[in-house]
Design a binder for this molecule. Structure first.
Ligand code: PLP
Length: 398
């Protein structure tokens, strides 16, 4: 029988993202030869536990909240007390105002990104992002009826604003930024945010329609070398923040985050209504009740994030010493390494022979690199160095 299915959805389902496929391969390999013998750098699952306050909050919420109330639907938009706490925190870090009534609690950043694409894109309209980019942006933009255009990076993986300017036209509704970046680890500089803001404001003027800036910030707190996170809303008025507690609180499996509309946008209440409608159309109402309450109690906390900077130093220093060409990561927990051959998939396959699981960069919109997720125990990085050395030798590096 001809099962008529949506071919687009079928294709998305079948081209399961390479990261998950590699993580599956790594899991099978660990079962075969032992966990300690596989250097699994595939997936961005934090290796540090959530802070103690998370465990305490789970316990206290369970003990203190009536079960019927705890497990009931929350308001579709999220608990008002959590939305107020999020708005308060954003106001403390940004000069732009954030009203709690324009904060939508989501199931992680993924749900926020998908809902926002649905909120603003009309069929045929475009979102733009800077390569290398989180691969799901394309799926979310296309699922909303739009498409994703990408701007190739400069050599240091900073955005190429001339290329952006050439792309901007009246069909571009949305620009998505992600700093610090998955997969490069590079953070946008203040100068970059100023240049981006100037370009977008100019295009808004020229086309007489807003261009929304969606700042995807799951790694906001994971910045090294004493850098403090910049808030995109301080630089550009039509900004919406997309956040996730997956990395900062080490809670990726609990699915919690938010969208927050800057009070400086044109008609923030209407933007918020469109977000609520976009989320509704995706079926994303009512993020999990228990974890909403937990996050509210831990709102100003993070997991012990210092390990990521130590891992960065160890890996970046170690690989450079072996002759690998690496992009210097300002934050997040990813290292982007130039492959010593043109084909990143071939290099990743060759690395597998040394039990190194590295993600080829093609799905991130850039050819010829691999991503190393170093959110792993430090001793694994230390133990992996001999494998990286053997691989370097095969390619005659150094
Ligand atoms: N955006 C970026 C840049 C990411 O790296 C990720 C996850 O790794 C997400 C969004 C999705 O995060 P979440 O787990 O909150 O859905």
């Amino acid at each position: 029988m001809n099962v008529s299915l949506n071919p687009q959805s079928l294709a998305w389902g079948r081209t399961e993202n390479n990261i998950r496929a590699l993580a599956g391969y790594a899991a099978a390999r660990k079962a075969e030869i032992g966990r300690e013998n596989v250097f699994d750098f595939s997936i961005g699952n934090p290796c540090v536990p959530p802070p103690a306050c998370v465990d305490e909050a789970f316990r206290s919420v369970l003990a203190e909240t009536n079960g019927v109330e705890l497990h009931a639907y929350t308001p579709a938009l999220g608990l008002p007390s959590l939305r107020k706490a999020i708005a308060r925190q954003l106001c403390e870090r940004s000069a732009a105002p954030f009203d709690w009534r324009q904060v939508y609690v989501t199931m992680g950043a993924s749900a926020g990104l998908a809902a926002f694409c649905r909120a603003v894109l009309l069929p045929g309209e475009k979102a733009v992002s800077f390569a290398p980019y989180f691969m799901e942006y394309r799926v979310f933009a296309e699922a909303a009826g739009g498409s994703l255009l990408t701007v190739p990076p400069l050599r240091d993986m900073q955005p190429d604003f001339d290329a952006l300017e050439a792309l901007l036209d009246e069909s571009v509704r949305l620009v998505i930024i992600n700093s610090p970046n998955n997969p490069s680890g590079v953070a946008l500089t203040e100068r970059s945010l100023q240049m981006l803001s100037a370009l977008l404001a100019k295009a808004e003027q020229a086309y007489g329609r807003p261009i929304w800036l969606l700042s995807d910030e799951p790694y906001r707190e994971l910045l090294f070398d004493g850098r403090t996170p910049l808030c995109a809303a301080d630089y550009y008025d039509d900004t919406v923040i997309c956040y996730s507690y997956s990395k900062s609180l080490s809670l990726p499996g609990e699915r919690i985050g938010y969208l927050a509309v800057s009070g400086r946008t044109q008609d923030p209440a209407a933007v918020f209504d469109a977000i609520a409608g976009g989320a509704r159309a995706c079926g994303f109402i009512n993020a999990p009740s228990l974890v909403q309450r937990v996050v509210e109690r831990c709102i100003d906390q993070t997991a012990e994030l210092d390990v990521y900077a130590r891992n960065r130093d160890l890996l970046y220093g170690g690989l450079r010493a072996l002759g690998y060409d690496c992009v210097y990561p300002d934050g997040a927990f990813y290292l982007f390494v130039k492959c010593p051959e043109a084909d990143a998939v071939a290099f990743s396959e060759r690395a597998k022979r040394h039990e190194l699981i590295l993600v080829p960069s093609d799905d991130f919109g850039v050819a010829g690199y691999v991503r190393i997720a170093y959110c792993v125990p430090t001793d694994m990085i230390e133990r992996s160095m001999s494998a990286f050395a053997a691989l370097a030798e095969e390619y005659g590096l150094k």
